[in-house]
Design a protein around this ligand. Structure first.
Ligand code: B16
Ligand code: MG
Length: 226
């Protein structure tokens, strides 16, 4: 099997683990305290974007404005509730197909990096036992700009020593697919084609993904001008 890539870059939340439900519960608690109407549908807009940007979206739903200091306090409060929940995570919360696909990548000598917006990625990787599967870990503690900026994936490619054109990104959020494209990388969208139509390929989950599918991907992607 000849693969057109040398490395796989994985988003965390929504691709390898389902932490979106914990983010939702914590944002929901904050929304309730602030009397902001917040639904699961609203929560879709927070997927893949940074904590502070998520807070901005939440506050805009309620038409509320706060000082930068107050915003930091609100985000820290939400994070405390979120961390309490993810501290109880274990390997049973790894999404179906994720471990098998990570192993298949390793067996095929592909390099593997994490490219997540989360500042809590280390805790999640430790608690689920996923840490050992990565050659490089780029998360929200290492980036200045959030997806759809390509920084997180470009840093991942650099850490692995692989050209962006030889990387493939696995992402569940539209912002992450755009980040991959802007970075000159091909992508596999994990989820619905309605949301991830910009991806090179879309599958419902990693359970439906095989390395053979990568052999038929178009050989390059066009960089989107910033
Ligand atoms: P934290 P990913 C993202 O993770 C989540 O999808 C997004 O909902 C969250 O706001 C962001 O991490 C920041 O997370 O508050 O833990 O720093 O999908 O990029 O792995
Ligand atoms: Mg995600």
């Amino acid at each position: 099997m000849t693969l057109p890539i040398q490395a796989c870059l994985f988003d965390l939340d929504g691709v390898l683990v389902d932490t979106a439900k914990y983010h939702y519960l914590a944002w929901r608690r904050l929304a309730d305290e602030l009397d902001i109407p917040f639904t699961q549908e609203d929560n879709e807009r927070l997927k893949g974007v940074s904590r502070m940007e998520s807070l901005s979206i939440l506050l805009s739903l309620g038409g509320l404005t706060y000082s930068p200091e107050e915003r930091e306090r609100l985000a820290a409060r939400k994070n405390e509730w979120y961390v309490e929940m993810i501290s109880r995570m274990n390997e049973s919360e790894i999404l179906p197909g994720a471990l098998d696909f990570l192993s298949a990548c390793r067996d095929a000598n592909l390099k593997v990096a994490l490219g997540s917006a989360s500042k809590n990625a280390s805790l999640i990787l430790h608690n689920t036992g996923l840490y050992a599967h990565f050659d490089a870990i780029i998360d929200g503690t290492k980036t200045q700009t959030a997806k759809p900026d390509p920084e997180v994936f470009l840093l991942g490619a650099e850490a692995l020593g692989v050209e962006p054109s030889a990387c493939i990104v696995f992402e569940d959020a539209a912002a992450g697919i755009e980040a991959a494209k802007r970075g000159g990388m091909r992508s596999v969208g994990i989820g619905s084609p309605d949301i991830l139509h910009e991806a090179t390929l879309v599958v419902p989950s990693l359970e439906a993904m095989t390395l053979e599918q990568l052999t038929t991907l178009p050989t390059s992607t066009k960089e989107i001008p910033r």
